[in-house]
Design a protein around this ligand. Sequence first.
Ligand code: AMP
Length: 550
Amino acid sequence: MYSTMQDVPLLVSRILRHGSTIHGGSRVTTWTGAEPQRRTFAEIGARSAQLAHALHDDLGVREGDRVATLMWNNAEHLEAYFAIPCMGSILHTLNLRLPVDQLVWIVNHAADRVVLVNGTLLPLLAPLLPSLPSIDHVVVVGPGDTSLLDGCRPAVHSYETLIAGHPTDYDWPELDERTAAAMCYTSGTTGDPKGVVYSHRSMYLHSLQLNTVESIGLTNADTALPVVPMFHVNAWGLPHAAFMTGVNQLMPDRFLQPGPLAEMIEAERPTYAAAVPTIWQGLLNELDANPRDVSSLRNVTIGGSACPPALMKEFEHRHGINVCHAWGMTETSPLGSVAHPPRGLTGDDAWPYRISQGRFPASVEPRLIGPDGREQPWDGESAGELEVRGPWIAAAYYGGADGEPLRPEDKFSPDGWLRTGDVGTISPDGYLTLTDRAKDVIKSGGEWISSVEMENHLMAHPDIAEAAVVAVPDDRWGERPLAAVVLTEDAAVDYAGLRAFLGERVARWQLPERWSTITEVPKTSVGKFDKKVLRARYADGELEVTTVGD
Ligand code: AMP
């Protein structure tokens, strides 16, 4: 027997229509380095319609075509976020920090027809155009040196000229909710990058989840600052969630350095912000050196890589900001788990829960698979690889225009769960604690050592600015940990002291014997510790290593 309920497709256009009417007065402010640019949600809605008309009527974009963006977080990017999926085409956000050969590969694999590019990013795009045969049109957004495009094959347009004069409403098609809406390629540390294709349905449901109090739960009294880039996993879904609830948005554009971030927080007074730990660490140091009023910020979400507990605590103690830790990945839209403490726990009692990766929402099911391939119990001790499934979790990667979807077996289990590559434990009450990436696990004498736990302890030491612990080959134990540390400005090297400090916090057999001081932990294109680079430096003999024993 079927239900008697309406079967209304969950479409991005419903989010746009709702936000630009019911919350038409909510604002999008883009930081420009000079006078901020301000637009209402109603104006964003009207300009999205104009953009859709221009893409359809002037550039011949049709349903199913891929339209790429190479843009910072700003109002025009938001207009593209809505116009492209709502008209039935596919928004393809390009990660501007990727190595250029990967960018070229990705555009060609997606066969993007049009690229919208911020003028300030033309020096990056222009030299690549001869290698991008599928691109027919380049649409330049905002000021930039357009002479860089002189003589290029694709037609060049100015965004404002292109959309001007087009109608400010659009009869958005009533699509099947499973239609592709947006795509994003994973950074691809091994092999070719892999394309994740989100549906209207998955984005809609993910946005609803983001708006619950057990997730991020902003209201229309909030102003959100998404420092997380719109070119990486849809800025964690914040732009869509904000349109559902009328949350004002403060877009940082290209001003992502700690100084301008502190300045825009003081001037525009956001109540909420989201970013990866490295951004927050930079902001904390900036506020020490150049104090600013950041008291408007009440909540921030930190995710994208393990957040050192010391960083969370410093923000709370020194600036009164509640930091919430969350886990996710490109393949999970990205929101997976969020670390709110259980009911009734506050202060010190809440910290063990808050520094974990948190609990999963009802729509995302987790399981842990041990090294023997068997499901592990949720006892807070048995470690395994995290697998997840749910309506906003990828079931495959994009296989190209003519290809079948790709389901590599290291990424998808035979029964259809996503293999996250993250290793950790789950407590009986459902809190996930990640100890490593599967490929970063340190296996010493048959036992796993958590590099993340050791890094967190080290980064709480006053002499340490950053620390990465990686596996290096060892004749006796198979692998042992190497601690690579970045010292704070005035600190002197004292490995024995650091080892003793760690010895009070982790089991003695886990303590690293090999230590090295580096100037910076290498990072990936999205600001995560890049441990494979460190391991390679060690293998190539580039690290100066000191051995410290008992
Ligand atoms: P990406 O697809 O580039 O967003 O990377 C996803 C990966 O980032 C995950 O599989 C994790 O390894 C890592 N990650 C994201 N959030 C966290 C977190 N809160 N703690 C630890 N690792 C995280």
